[in-house]
Design a binder for this molecule. Structure first.
Ligand code: ADP
Ligand code: GLC
Length: 482
């Protein structure tokens, strides 16, 4: 039996992306199709989204019913996705980052911008569009967090709701005084509702009121139930019991395929790993690194932030250089960290190269050309770059947290002997532990056969959306038959 799903997200690859959320929202629908789930994705009509639409028609004119902002729903197709676009120029007609202005500050009306998205989702959920009545509404992150709340506080007869948290660090907290203005009933103001330590919490509302809560790895699902990992929400998350689960992310194995990737200098697969050599050489040239094929080429592709442990990489630079390794960094974010990597590259020309920006093609070339990818995150709900690394034959060196712990098999002696080790894990997320991992990496590099074995084991793993999509589909069906 087919199931109709409304997926609600504030970013969707390739239309608009600031992080992995967009990758997930963009790739999951196609994988769900194989499970008999028909997905429509609702997202805001930012200028770049409107520009990308192939076919768009007005599905419903909302007038100014969304907090006084003129709005309409467009039904559209773009990039292989069936979309509903919330076209509300006074909320979304702003270029650049979807959440913040040119000064880097969050837009002051973000509460209304994303409450409007959630409100539109709830109305579609209740049959606003005769052609598409969803069985389940799936809300991603705080920007969609009020959708389960609007559905919960509305009349009887609603679709099932799922709230997925991609990162508990972003909670969407706003002044409680907005309660009525956001169209929530007075009784929503309670710990059992949207109230969160005196604020109105968008994510909190979804975590409390959705029928099911998921996060993006089983380990993160366990971590966020603890005071250490719960970011203030652990009590609430514990109270959700078995209605909270972790479903690992996949990657789009069509977009990430070294055999067909148009960004690469040379294509390759697990049976033609020599093809990586041309990519290693090209990457060195592109990043201004010395041609030193015997040196392990390490890389980082990341938001530069505390979460990602990028300061640990800077601390480990002397150790890395002592091992004769090279480092290629692609990232943007925290100005202090950007300055740190710029300085490291200047201090060690030919050994460290830094590209401080966002560059999709280069991200692909790094995965194909680096020998090991460093992901020393302090916490990581899932992480996608280590999955790409596995698929591209680069060994992920990861902190043993969240989704990193769940996706990389530490190449200890037993794992190597069994042919299943795919990378290295270290704990805790600290510079000394990372340096110890670099020692292990150097030893593995010296054992060519073992290194090749780990590359092949990683490339043989299934990092596609096939299994995760089946898990989501069975979750949706539980709600459908409720
Ligand atoms: P997060 O969402 O926490 O930033 P993920 O690992 O889930 O981390 O997803 C990050 C996504 O963004 C991946 O697809 C990665 O390749 C991409 N990415 C991160 N930084 C850059 C960059 N500077 N240039 C290109 N792609 C990047
Ligand atoms: C968040 C997390 C990341 C996860 C991504 C997609 O941005 O930080 O770990 O992979 O969402 O779920």
């Amino acid at each position: 039996m087919s199931l109709r799903l409304l997926s609600v997200a504030s970013e969707v690859y390739p239309l608009v992306k600031t992080g992995g959320l967009a990758d997930v929202a963009g790739a999951l629908p196609a994988a769900l199709e194989a499970e008999g789930v028909v997905t429509r994705t609702l997202l805001p009509g930012y200028p770049r989204v409107l520009r990308a639409l192939e076919r768009a028609e007005t599905a419903h004119d909302l007038g100014d019913s969304l907090f006084g902002h003129p709005a309409r729903l467009l039904a559209a197709r773009a990039a292989g996705l069936d979309l509903f676009i919330l076209d509300a120029p006074s909320l979304y007609a702003r270029e650049g980052n979807p959440y913040s202005g040119p000064d880097g500050q969050d837009w002051p009306d973000n509460a209304f911008r994303f409450a409007a998205l959630a409100q539109a989702a709830a109305r579609i959920g209740r049959g606003l569009l005769p052609g598409f009545l969803p069985d389940v509404v799936h809300a991603h992150d705080w920007q969609a967090g009020l959708a389960p709340a609007y559905l919960h506080y509305g009349r009887e007869g609603r679709p099932g709701t799922v709230m997925t948290v991609h990162n508990l660090a972003f909670q969407g907290q706003f002044p409680g005084a907005l309660l009525t203005a956001l169209g929530l009933p007075p009784h929503a103001w309670s710990v059992e509702g949207v109230e969160y330590y005196g604020a109105l919490g968008f994510l909190k509302a979804g975590l409390r009121l959705a029928d099911r809560v998921t996060t993006v790895s089983p380990s993160y699902a366990a971590e966020i139930r603890t005071p250490e990992g719960g970011m203030g929400m652990d009590g609430l998350l514990r109270s959700r019991g078995r209605t909270l689960s972790g479903i690992l992310n996949g990657i789009d194995t069509g977009v990430w395929d070294p055999a067909t990737d148009p960004h690469l200098a040379a294509s390759y697969d697990a049976s033609r790993l020599e093809g990586r050599e041309a990519n290693r050489a090209a990457l060195r040239a592109e990043m201004g690194l010395a041609p030193d094929p015997a040196a392990p080429l390490l890389a980082v592709i990341s938001r530069l932030s505390w979460q990602k442990g990028m300061d640990l990489v800077l601390e480990a630079v002397p150790a890395l250089l002592r091992h004769g390794m090279q480092l290629a960094v692609l990232g943007t974010g925290d100005p202090g960290l950007e300055a740190g990597f710029r300085a490291a590259a200047e201090a060690h020309p030919g050994r460290i190269g830094a590209r401080l920006g966002y560059d999709e093609g280069l991200a692909h070339r790094i995965q194909a050309g680096c020998d090991a990818l460093l992901v020393p995150s302090r916490f990581e709900p899932c992480g996608l770059t280590q999955l790409c690394a596995l698929r591209y034959g680069a060994l992920p060196v990861v902190a043993r947290v969240g989704g990193l712990a769940d996706t990389v098999i530490d190449a200890n002696e037993m794992a190597l002997a069994a042919g299943v080790g795919t990378g290295l894990q270290f704990a805790p997320p600290s510079a000394p532990a990372l340096e110890a991992a670099l020692d292990r990496l150097a030893a593995l590099w010296a054992d060519h056969a073992a290194w090749r074995g780990a590359q092949r084991a990683g490339m043989a793993g299934d990092v596609s959306w096939r299994r995760p999509a089946a898990r989501y589909a069975s979750l949706y069906r539980e709600l459908q038959s409720r």
